[in-house]
Ligand binder design. Sequence first.
Ligand code: ATP
Ligand code: MG
Length: 403
Amino acid sequence: MEPVGRITLAPAMTSSAANAVIAALTAEGSEVRFVGGCVRDCLLGRPISDMDIATPDPPETVMALLKAAKLKAVPTGLKHGTVTAVAKGQPFEVTTLREDVETDGRHAEVAFTDDWLADASRRDFTFNAMSARPDGTLFDAFGGREDLDAGHVRFVGEPAERIAEDYLRILRFFRFLAHFGEAVPDGDAMRACADARDELPRLSAERVRTELLKLLSAANPVPALTAMHETGVLAVVLPEADDFGRLLALTGIDDRDPVRRLASLIERDGEDVADRLRMSNVEKARLGALVPPTVSLDPAMDEKAQRQVLYDGGADLYRDLVLLAWADDGERRAGAWRAMLETANRWDDPKLPIRGQDVVELGVPKGPEVGRVVDAVEAWWRAEDFQPDRDACLAKAKQLLTS
Ligand code: ATP
Ligand code: MG
């Protein structure tokens, strides 16, 4: 494979940790290259999420080379040729060059090779098939750089064939469309995705969730979701979503949080969707509280009422609820909605200044009565906008006991 030029590598690729891993892997003379997402993101000047390094050496040799350099080596997936090298606490995925021997739409049987072109050919999209030597020499067998500049998400080879090898590529297509697509989506790829959509239920819920959430964290995920909808793919993985108006409104006022964006796409049964996508318990509770919303917010609400919502659900849930309600409401009252977010920024989560022990010291025997008095004082303190101090709360407790 001939190089196509030379690029300046991102700082993450030339850090002392990266250099230590590269020095270890090349100690016996092997050629290694950065591959996949890090080369793509480097070309775009985007932050690099994880670093993949490819080598012609088999995984056992990779393990030995890393150990000889006193670097931590984790045998993440020896059968698939993946070793995780750790330098200065930072992980690097080191993968042996591979080619597919057999595929069944979900799993691939791979063979190790020393052929860089064969390894590039099994990758999904042209801009994910580039590689770069540690000196910046760039290899780009399928015109990935040009496609990246033009915002073309293009399969390496025939879309239908590549999808039949691995149906996850359908979802990866829309994910990369969301992050890098600028042009009209490739017609052949769209048709191939539409034709294969019935195979999607074979994918694990975890993989669907991961792709969906990655797609939703793009700057503007709506065009890719629209394409996904047109192919009928969205109806298979997220049938609840058929109106993107609220997501579009949320995009631009939010911080790209994918779970909140998912909430903006569905109108009911947030917990069921979370279950189906095998989301974590924390994410499930969040989606459950947002769809349908536990509290309906309005910018006409006074600050005291806002603080009560903050107290009851916490600042994160409050921000979610404000942003979703704002997206529903449109831009008309943007200033008032922004002021509601400000209330959260000023919120310092007050703590009730008395505890059960204080009530015991007022003469209440240990037991359920203590909790009832504390709860009653808390309800009063909350209604008084969290202003009463410890003395006032003790006085209130005494008053409750004598009345
Ligand atoms: P990011 O890490 O930013 O999510 P990425 O492109 O690095 O994106 P990974 O899932 O980390 O994606 O995969 C690394 C590389 O491995 C990809 O760039 C691509 O070359 C290849 N790859 C990953 N998954 C597939 C797949 N299902 N089919 C073909 N190639 C794949
Ligand atoms: Mg990656």
